[in-house]
Design a protein around this ligand. Structure first.
Ligand SMILES: *Cc1c(COP(=O)(O)O)cnc(C)c1O
Length: 396
């Protein structure tokens, strides 16, 4: 019999009932340390009192009126995002991929409005992930995501991660923008170097292209800066964000400069739910908490501690792990070829630690940004136990 929930996820057989801070409890009363945070979403952990209060207070007042009307929360959160980023203007969505799609539309409309409608192609990166709409799978083109879903959308030209010669060679008179994740997330936690990001910005300036960043996973404090692009001291023209901005309440945003958004005028884009009062209430509080003095300093410090701990872990188990990499609290531990990262993730979960796999046989760690040293220690003890088992298995 076909299940009532479409079986498109390879789900773990665990049913969580309750969460508090960095901990989760399942329906058997078992406790788990959450080092995945709903895939980089619950930056402030579960049931944070300030976020719960914002959501419940708004829930008693007003849930939804649509964008037929002015939504004051949008104006406030929009201003906070603008004040704390490169951007002049924001479009609110309900998910990451919608924010990415808005970015694509903003880019194309920009050149259309400038009388250059032929400039409508976007250079994208092999191994990137931008979501699951037809547009986003047409850009990423991973076999698993596109097989059977054609025809795909035209307009995306892929180049290899980190290869600027290939990037330059791919630029034509039709190229409008370069789109990349400053730190590749789903693809296995791969940061672009500061030098390469600066070069990509230069290439955009040289050829009159827009730089369109996807900071859905790496943005909003995950790397220890509010935005990952700050490490390179550059500014994008368009950027999509989501995940941590709602801390679990569905919310995304497309940020743009006034020039990049010049084609986005009344009537050309929209969403029924996008930016509804509930989402805005949570988003406002989440941004306030992220930019509170000292908070990002905590992420940098605890991120460095996780880096050291993961490095030591890899060195303790050379037959199990190949390397570890990442920035801040966005970390990937690459398993040896004899080990399947998904099996390792399963074994960690059975021992009470939530993680998630990524591309290139990587176990991703995306813990809540509020973790402390004791949580890293706890996580590494579980990693050690599981790694010792896997080492024994592969030696046998
Ligand atoms: C998660 C993610 C998306 C898609 O977000 P959804 O909310 O699942 O649509 C897009 N880009 C990146 C980099 C992501 O990590």
């Amino acid at each position: 019999m076909f299940p009532p929930v479409m079986p498109v996820y390879a789900r773990a057989d665990v049913r969580f009932e309750r969460g508090e801070g960095v901990w989760l409890w399942d329906d058997q009363g078992r406790r788990y340390l959450d080092f995945v945070a709903g895939i980089g979403v619950t930056a402030f952990g579960h049931a944070h009192p300030r976020l719960v209060a914002s959501l419940t207070e708004q829930a008693k007042k007003l849930w939804h009126v649509s964008n037929l009307y002015t939504v004051p929360g949008q104006e406030r959160l929009g201003k906070k995002l603008v004040d704390n980023s490169f951007a002049d203007t924001v479009f609110f969505t309900n998910s990451g991929v919608e924010a990415w799609e808005c970015g694509v539309k903003t880019v194309r409309k920009h050149f259309h409005a400038k009388g250059q409608p032929q400039k409508n192609r976007i250079i994208v990166i092999q191994g990137a992930f931008h979501g699951r709409t037809l547009g986003a799978i047409s850009a990423a083109k991973s076999e698993k995501m596109v097989t059977g879903f054609g025809p795909l959308l035209d307009g995306f030209d892929q180049v290899a991660f980190g290869n600027l010669n290939e990037m330059r060679a791919a630029i034509t008179a039709e190229t409008a923008a370069i789109n990349l994740e400053p730190v590749i997330g789903e693809g296995g936690i791969k940061p672009w170097s500061v030098e390469l990001l600066q070069q990509v910005r230069k290439i955009c300036d040289e050829f009159g292209l827009l730089l369109f960043l996807d900071e859905i996973q790496c943005g909003l404090g995950r790397t220890g800066k509010l935005w990952a692009y700050e490490y390179a001291d550059i500014k994008p023209d368009v950027m999509c964000v989501a995940k941590a901005i709602g801390n679990g309440f569905p919310l995304g945003a497309c940020l743009a400069t006034a020039d990049a958004a010049s084609g986005m005028v009344a009537g050309v884009h929209g969403s029924t739910y996008g930016g509804n009062p509930l989402a805005m209430a949570v988003g406002e509080t989440a941004i306030d908490m992220l930019v509170e003095p000292g908070f990002l300093g905590h992420v940098q410090k605890i991120g460095a501690a996780l880096d050291r701990a993961a490095q030591a872990l890899v060195e303790r188990h050379p037959t199990v792990f190949v390397e570890q990499r990442g920035i801040g609290l966005m970390r990937g531990i690459k398993c040896a070829p004899s080990i399947v990262a998904a099996d390792f993730v399963k074994a960690l979960l059975a021992d009470g630690l939530c993680t998630v796999g990524g591309g290139e046989n990587v176990v991703r760690l995306l813990p809540p940004l509020i973790i402390e040293d004791e949580h890293i220690k706890h996580a590494m003890e579980i990693f050690d136990r599981v790694a010792t088992k896997f080492a024994a298995k592969s030696a046998a």
